[in-house]
Design a protein around this ligand. Structure first.
Ligand SMILES: Cc1cc2nc3c(=O)[nH]c(=O)nc-3n(C[C@H](O)[C@H](O)[C@H](O)COP(=O)(O)O)c2cc1C
Length: 412
């Protein structure tokens, strides 16, 4: 490992972490409200009512003209499922294994930076809901809560997503902390050599350094419930406070992250991560078959086929179009995860039909989180499972691990 960072403990995560008291989790009110949601649209509507406009934009927005953001949906919608009426599946199995972890349905929660702006200590709520439902949770490097706090509060191992910094000592230390928490897999994000130009965030002053103007504050102040939660649990970048000198508030730590962010992850970086990280290695953000083959050659165990939810290269391909060629290139032995635009269990079924083992869900769980915290994420997962089960019944699919040929019909 490289030199420790000056003035900081070599392993910030190795200090004893006190259990996080999580007031307000699992309130009956939240659970009741979430139970009233009958379909994903209800969770989005509730999130919209609770969040200030700028934060909803951060959740929903994409880069530039949002062409890829829209294509993530339209390409999935253009796929047709083959309806079989004599292939009855009276009982359906949705259980599978993703990243070596048991999954009740073939879904894992995608890494989300600053989920604490959607709900106080959002990552803890999402991780708990994922654990209770039995699906993997992936924590972002840029999470608002520190990984040690999420581990203590959720008491479940989660996947850790790594953004690389210029100083390998920082990267090694982040991996060491994740290793100490027994994170079963590391997810290395590859598609952010520069940050996508997110016009909505630019308009709202949500950029580094923060440029929040009086008109933004006025709009934010109209969402009182959100504001109170935000002020009581001001989010920061919890994993990075240990490295940033000069304060642990969001403005200071995000300015540090911006200055020290590495940018492009090279093949040599991937090899180094493979040598450093002891367990499963997942790469996220691949859309090209040659890139996929190289990632596997360099030691990736699984690939998330992803355009970062339409937030990076606008005009980039979608997982719906890219995944079949990647499957052909890497063969059946490599785990492929579909990412981008999944909103329902029927979308999950289509992704599996294209050759994926499972899906990451970003916004689909964020609507639930923003609306009702842990109970909202639980509601989102429950709906997705119901939709997947019904879709399997109607398409005559008995097992997510043994799909019939020709389940997905390509558009003519
Ligand atoms: C608000 C927001 C923050 C995100 N933060 C990260 C992040 O920190 N790391 C990462 O690898 N991907 C991040 N992503 C991308 C997601 O992991 C995932 O690829 C994307 O949300 C999938 O598209 P979907 O939201 O349509 O499901 C973020 C996405 C959103 C919407």
């Amino acid at each position: 490992m490289n030199e420790p960072i000056k003035g900081r403990p070599a392993f910030p995560g190795s200090e004893r972490v006190e259990p996080v008291d999580a007031p307000g989790l699992r309130t009956r009110q939240q659970a009741r409200a979430a139970a009233l949601a009958r379909h994903p649209g209800h969770l989005r509507a509730a999130a919209k009512r609770r969040l200030p406009r700028a934060i909803l934009d951060y959740l929903e927005g994409g880069s530039n003209d949002e062409v890829t953001l829209r294509a993530n949906r339209t390409d999935l919608e253009a796929l047709r499922l083959n309806q079989r009426v004599f292939e009855h599946a009276p009982s359906r199995n949705m259980r599978t294994t993703l990243f070596g972890q048991h999954a009740t349905i073939p879904v894992a929660l995608a890494p989300i930076g600053l989920a604490g702006v959607f709900y106080p200590r959002g990552e803890i709520h999402a991780a708990r809901a994922a654990h209770a439902f039995g699906v993997p949770y992936c924590l972002s490097t840029l999470s608002s809560c520190a990984m040690e706090d999420v581990a203590t509060a959720s008491r479940t191992p989660f996947l850790f997503q790594l953004y690389m910094f210029k100083d390998r000592g920082v990267n090694a230390n982040l991996m060491q902390r994740a290793d100490q928490l027994r994170c079963p897999a590391l997810v290395l994000t590859l598609d952010t050599c520069v940050q996508g130009r997110r016009n909505r965030d630019l308009d709202n002053g949500l950029v580094v350094p923060l440029k929040v103007r009086p008109r933004h504050v006025v709009r934010i102040a109209t969402r009182l419930r959100w504001l109170v939660g935000f002020l009581r649990n001001r989010p920061t970048l919890g994993n990075l406070t240990a490295y940033a000198a000069g304060g642990s508030d969001l403005a200071t730590v995000s300015a540090w992250a911006d200055r020290h962010y590495k940018g492009a992850v090279t093949a040599a970086d991937l090899e180094w991560v493979r040598q450093t990280w002891p367990r499963k290695l997942v790469v996220k953000g691949i859309l090209d078959p040659e890139d996929a083959k190289l990632a596997v050659k360099l030691g990736a165990d699984a690939i998330v086929v992803s355009n970062h939810g339409g937030r990076q290269l606008d005009g980039a391909n979608t997982a719906a179009r890219a995944l079949p060629a990647i499957r052909e290139a890497v063969g059946d032995g490599v785990e492929l995860i579909y990412d981008g635009g999944i909103r329902s269990g029927l979308d999950v079924l289509k992704a599996l039909g294209l050759g994926a083992q499972g899906c990451l869900i970003g916004r689909a769980h964020l609507y639930g989180l923003a609306a009702h915290g842990e109970a909202g994420v639980a509601a989102a997962l429950k709906m997705m499972a119901q939709e997947l089960d019904e879709g399997m019944a109607l398409a005559g699919v008995a097992d997510v691990n043994a799909l019939p040929r020709g389940l997905v019909l390509k558009p003519v």
